[in-house]
Design a protein around this ligand. Structure first.
Ligand code: DX5
Ligand code: ZN
Length: 229
């Protein structure tokens, strides 16, 4: 596998009363990205946070900010999220007609382009648009809430997505989001994911250094196994 593994803590699970400290703690613990979950109460039955919070986080970290837009009409807000500090933006395939056009727009704005798919969404349309994309985000829970259990069928979908990309000679990032913990990170990596969002799996732990170290140890085992194939 040629892509590097990236651990992306989701600050949806952070303690918002001391968000700055939480960001510094995951940064020091070796996070590769910060995953930022935006919810609008329409596309998903929940509200989270938006532009002012992203701007605030942007001011206190140099880590790439991986913005996951769980919102209707994401096209309306792309420019604002880029100006607020996003480095990559995921829009949901379920609410976007023209994926290549949105991806090209994101590139014009200077950020990485990603498309997310819900557990019940087939990946074909996204695969067709893959040459325009930097990343595909496979949801492994129903979007809207942190702390849910990993949907087992997601492993098969990750495998199909990675295989379809390989058949087309495309080396995109494949991100998995929902219910990722030390106990299943290796399994999803073996299925083809290389970017791992984890909310409660990291922020629910007392020692972020220790939990990220254990996640990386699991991933090292995947790398080692790859080399022997
Ligand atoms: C769910 C969000 C996830 C969530 C993951 O709607 O997209 O990013 O924060 O949280 P855990 O890891 O707790 O499932
Ligand atoms: Zn997310």
């Amino acid at each position: 596998m040629s892509h590097s593994f990236k651990i992306a803590p989701s600050i949806l699970a952070a303690d918002f009363t001391r968000l700055g400290e939480e960001v510094h703690r995951i940064e020091q613990a070796g996070a590769d990205l910060i995953h930022f979950d935006v919810m609008d109460g329409h596309f998903v039955p929940n509200l989270s946070f938006g532009l002012p919070v992203l701007e605030a986080v942007r001011k206190i970290t140099d880590l790439p900010l991986d913005v996951h837009l769980m919102i209707d009409n994401p096209e309306r807000y792309l420019e604002e999220f880029v100006h607020a500090g996003a480095n990559s933006i995921s829009v949901h395939a379920e609410v976007c007609q023209q994926l290549p056009r949105i991806a090209d727009r994101l590139h014009q704005l200077g950020v990485r382009a990603a498309v997310a798919i819900n557990p019940e969404t087939e990946p074909e349309r996204v695969i067709e648009a893959a040459s325009h994309l930097d990343m595909i985000l496979v949801m492994s829970v129903h979007p809207g809430f942190g702390g849910q259990g990993f949907i087992e069928e997601s492993t098969g979908k990750l495998r199909r997505v990675r295989q379809a990309l390989q058949q087309r000679g495309l080396d995109l990032d494949v991100e998995v989001d929902g219910g990722i913990k030390v106990g299943n990170i290796r399994m999803v990596a073996e299925a083809g994911a290389n970017v791992f969002v984890s909310g409660s799996g990291i922020f629910g732990q007392p020692d972020y250094n220790e939990i990220i170290r254990r996640m990386r140890a699991e991933l090292t085992a995947v790398n080692a196994a790859d080399k022997t194939v």
